[in-house]
Design a binder for this molecule. Structure first.
Ligand code: NAD
Length: 293
């Protein structure tokens, strides 16, 4: 079987043009959507993520402000920033790039952001609203996944979705999204994690298999049901001396093996990754509407 390759870059570009239109409409209504990104320290991956978010804002017509702090910034100083941004009516989205240095409590920081400016969708108020099906800001990476599936012409309703991973950023919100009613959900959901017994038994039942594990090429062909839709959230660096950088990016799914069994599959890179930033643009516009209606 030759799997359909789900083109995350193409779908993300579509979503970004929709976000651009939304931003234009907001501006016509007198609202300049604005995202503030807070970066702490010098972590190269975090810097790169922040850079791509700022660039996407520029291309979408969303104003972006980058605030940087040294890695030894105090929790109090970070809180003072957030309080100021919460009170600033010209700011609609606040994103503190994670991970933070260990002396700062990420949960405390997340809870300090006003829920209607929480474009990452990590605030407990938004987590709760998502779980009971109230419209709210939801985490960008999992929110992009049903978009990719449905826009690729794959029906989700009534399908058995198996999520591997239970993180607060991907796995758990993914479960909450998939179980809701609606065209981009309505699945029967199983969540597997490091405590799951006989993982392959569960993954083999999946019509939609979503891997968010953080282990390179963990999902092999013999774990996948023939014809399943396989979504690879993983982004892992593996050493590769043949490349200029000395490494390459791979997902949590063994793409070359699994594409022979799956009905549809996302590549890494070029799958889920580009969707995350596109959904952030959508969330920033949504926050701007929420805060100014
Ligand atoms: P995490 O480390 O917080 O969670 C990993 C999960 O995998 C855990 O819940 C754990 O229970 C589960 N797990 C680990 N080993 C397992 C095993 N042997 N069997 C079953 N389950 C197992 O990671 P995360 O933040 O959820 O990220 C997961 C992956 O997704 C990483 O590669 C990360 O880089 C990537 N990611 C990508 C994006 C994106 O934009 N594409 C966004 C966030 C995370």
């Amino acid at each position: 079987m030759n799997a359909q390759i789900i083109d995350g870059k193409k779908i993300a570009a579509e979503i970004r043009s929709e976000a651009k239109l939304e931003a234009t409409e907001l501006i016509a209504d007198g609202v300049q959507p604005c995202l503030v990104v807070v970066l702490v320290g010098e972590d190269p991956a975090s810097k790169a993520y922040v850079g791509s978010k700022v660039k996407a804002c520029e291309e979408t017509g969303i104003k972006s402000i980058k605030i940087t702090h040294p890695s030894d910034v105090s929790e109090e100083a970070l809180m003072a920033d957030i309080e100021r941004l919460n009170a600033d009516v010209s700011v609609h989205g606040i994103l503190v790039q994670l991970p933070l240095p260990s002396h700062i409590d990420e949960d405390v920081v997340t809870e300090h952001i006003h829920p209607n400016k929480d474009v990452d969708g990590f605030h407990p108020v938004n987590v709760g609203k998502l779980s009971i099906g109230i419209d709210c800001l939801t985490p960008c990476t999992p929110t992009g996944i049903p978009e990719m599936i449905v826009r690729s012409g794959i029906d989700m309703s009534g399908k058995h979705a198996v999520v591997i991973g239970r993180s607060n950023i991907v796995g758990k919100p993914m479960m909450s999204l998939l179980v809701q009613k609606g065209e981009k959900a309505n699945c029967t959901v199983t969540c597997c994690h490091s405590g799951t017994r006989d993982l392959t038994y569960h993954t083999k039942q999946a019509d939609i298999l979503i891997a968010a594990i953080g282990v390179p090429e963990f999902v092999k062909a013999d774990m996948v049901k023939e014809g399943a839709t396989v979504i690879d959230v993983g982004i892992n660096r593996v050493e590769d001396p043949s490349t200029a950088k000395g490494y390459r990016l791979v997902g949590d799914v063994d793409f070359d093996e699994v594409k022979g069994v799956a009905g549809a599959i996302t590549p890494v890179p070029g799958g889920v990754g580009p969707m995350t930033v596109a959904m952030l643009m959508k969330n920033t516009n949504k926050a701007a509407r929420l805060l100014t209606r």
